[in-house]
Design a protein around this ligand. Sequence first.
Ligand code: CP
Length: 311
Amino acid sequence: MNGLKWSRKDLISTENLTLAEINQIFSMADVFKASLKTDKAKLPYLNGKVVVNLFFEPSTRTRTAFEMAAHKLGADVISIATNVSSSVKGESLKDTARNIEALMADMIIVRHSSSGAAKYLADRVKVPVINAGDGAHAHPTQALLDAFTMREKFNGDFKGKKITILGDILFSRVARSNIYLLNKLGAKVTLAGPSTLVPMEFEKMGVKVSYNLAEAVADADVVMLLRIQHERQSATHFPSISEYANVFGLNLRRENLLKKDAFIMHPGPINRGVELDSPLADSGRSVILNQVTNGVAVRMAVMNLCMHATK
Ligand code: CP
């Protein structure tokens, strides 16, 4: 499997990924997903390697999935709790990473609140750096696992499929990473939510913008909900959470706006009762937990490819 050609040391964004690279990740993730279902033994692709998880922001899914993926590939994993690391004593991101490299780490997975932090690191260390989310910029493995989950539902064919991403688009690295990926795969993307959180400028990315929930979801094959990212907002973008839920929340009362076979996605964490109500989040339409499971196989593929990149 490692005979495949892959030349990226790092995965920072989906913006520059080619369709061939995306399909390469998906094909490898298919193989890893099958092995996860049938084989309890570890695969040997990262035997003897040490992967360091460096998360400066909270995470449940991404961090655990990267740890699982590394373990499944035979690597040792060290997760650094940044709240008790020397970064709280003023050590810079660059110094932290270069010290981790000096300790003989073979790969760094980084999440940071600043857009550009992952690229900044990748340019300063020799080992592969995988972006696990940097500010509002990018969350490439989230978008890859989202698209991988859609691909399973679409039997591999994205042509003409309509994806509506609903919620806080402005502050969402998940939305940006999905837009780049879904455009390349041939899907049609609509962004929806309050105008303060979905600026018209996004149309320059080749997507449609809508401020009308009923119109935005009417012909969607997938509705992807995003939570309001209060941690990135310095001003109020809508009157109140309850007003947001009243106007843009997806609930049982609004289920009849969806196509019969439309399915629901969410990168997590869900704010139940705000962007999405529990009866829909836990319904047969929801593939939210499939996304989480697929995150392990997709991250195994990304880690394996970047670790064995050839120039
Ligand atoms: N989707 C996502 O990034 O979730 P976590 O913040 O739990 O990693």
